[in-house]
Design a protein around this ligand. Sequence first.
Ligand code: G1P
Length: 298
Amino acid sequence: MKKVRKAVIPVAGLGTRFLPATKAMPKEMLTVVDRPVVQYAVDEALEAGIEHIVFVTGRNKHVIEDYFDVQPELLDTLTRSGKTDQLQSLNRLQPQPGTISFTRQQAPHGLGHAVWCARDIVGDEPFALLLPDMVSYGERGCLSGVMDLYRETGGNVIAVEQCDPMDTGSYGIVGKGDSTGSGFVITGMVEKPAPEAAPSNYYINGRYVLQPDIFDVLSNQRRGAGNEIQLTDAMVRLSDIQKFYASPFEGRMFDCGSKDGFIQANVAFALIRDDIRDMVLDPIEQLIASRRRHIQAA
Ligand code: G1P
C-alpha cells in the first residue's frame, strides 16, 4: 500500500454565499477566531501526517500564496519589538520550503475539474483531499480518522457524517454497506439527491483519500449536477473497479462557506481556546439570554 504523502486543497471557489465580504478577499481567508479558514485545513492535513500540500487556486486568490510565504519585514519588526510569542507562533505555522505547491484552475468548472488540475503535481500516488470550507472540530482532525481507515482497508476512503434526512440535497450522499474496522463499505454515491432519492443520510463532509486513478476518470467526466464536473460522479465510475469505504467522523464539521456555520465555528473555537474562553463565555450567554427575552416579548 502506497503512503499518502500529498493533500490537495481546492481554493478556487468564488464564495458568492459570503458576498460582500468575499468581493475582494478569498473566502478561505475569512478568520475563525484569529486564523484564516484555510489554515485549519493545512493544520489538519499536517496532523494526519501529510508532507506536501497542493493548492488549486484561481484568479484573485494570490493573497493565499502570500499568506503561506515568509514576511521578512513583519518578522524583523516582531524581533525588534521583542514580541517572541507572536514570532514563535508565526514560525510554527510557516510551511517548510518546497512542501507547498500552487496550480490554477482557470475557469470554474466544478470540484471534479479543480481536483483534476492537481494531477501532474500529485502524480501516481494516493492523495488526500480537503475541502477547506468545511472546518473540522473534535478531539482529532477528521482526516486522521480517514487515514487510519485507509491503512486498514486501502482503496478509497471518504469521511461522512449524518445529516437531517431533509438536507440531502445539499451534499454528496453515500449508501451504507457492511461494517469494516472503524467504517463501512460504500454501496453507492449520489451528488445532492432529493430526500426521496437519497440512499441514506450519510453525507460526504469534505475529506477524502483517493487513488490517482480518479484523474483518468475525471479527464473524460461529463458535467453533472449544477452543470459542473462533479467529483462524486467520477467516484461513482471509479467504484466500478475500486472499493470505496466511509469513515464516520466522531467530531463535527462546520460549513464555513455558509454564514450560520461560520458564526457557529467562531463561537465553538473561541470557547475551546484557554486564552479567549473566559472573555467571551459570559458576554455570549448574556447576549443570547437578552435576545431570547426580546423574542418572547415580541
Ligand atoms: C462538495 C461535494 C459534496 C460534499 C460537499 C461537502 O459540494 O461535491 O459531495 O458533500 O462538498 O461540503 P459543494 O459544497 O462544493 O457544492
